[in-house]
Design a protein around this ligand. Structure first.
Ligand SMILES: [Zn+2]
Length: 195
């Protein structure tokens, strides 16, 4: 007698590929496939969703590299990710660690807080669109992804359909983690913006 073998399929919430359930893991309550978790060609796999992701990094020697060959280089000094999605968020904002707020040079009209005890002391927000920015940042999953990026000393810029995340590492940066969380934030921004 042969036992029936049932494989359950699930959809990865980031790339939206169908994968068998053993191939996913919960990250902040989202089912994410292993390829996404490893940031394996994430920019290629998110193209079908209309997401355009690109990366650049600067090494200590002052060399700028495009994304393709960065993954195993941990001497990264400055790393940035530019994501462009299909929908306009109507948000214009910059987010940094509270400790770095003096470095914000953008002239936005308003400083806002979202009313969360963990988030507000950590994240400094300046925006020209306080209503839309507040609505997005009050979503708990958004707060968790933002805090992850802020813990990596990132500056996060949101401008309409564009998301620019940049970090200056004093020590080694976990490039895969930075790539994954930048992708997750773009995904949440597009979920929020979808008409
Ligand atoms: Zn995936």
């Amino acid at each position: 007698m042969r036992e029936a073998c049932i494989i359950r399929f699930m959809q990865c919430e980031l790339c939206q590929n169908r994968v068998d359930e053993n191939n996913t893991k919960k990250i902040l309550n989202m089912d994410i496939c292993h390829a996404c978790l490893n940031a394996d060609s994430l920019h290629v796999r998110l193209k079908d969703r209309g997401f355009n992701l690109s990366y650049a990094y600067l090494t200590k020697e002052g060399m700028i590299h495009p994304s393709e060959d960065f993954v195993f280089d941990y001497t990264v000094h400055k790393l940035s990710s530019l994501g462009i999605g299909p929908y306009d968020s109507n948000i214009d904002a910059v987010l940094v660690h509270e400790g770095f707020k003096a470095k914000v040079t953008k002239i936005f009209i308003k400083e806002i807080q979202v009313g969360d005890d963990k988030f507000d002391p950590k994240v400094y927000i300046k925006t020209d669109t306080p209503d839309e920015t507040g609505a997005f940042l009050r979503l708990s999953r958004v707060q968790e992804v933002v805090m992850k990026l802020i813990d990596m000393q990132s500056e996060i810029n949101i401008h309409g359909s564009k998301l620019y995340v940049m970090t200056h590492g004093n020590g080694p940066i976990d490039v895969n983690e930075f790539t994954l969380y930048s992708g997750l934030l773009l995904n949440l921004l597009m979920e929020f913006s979808q008409p």
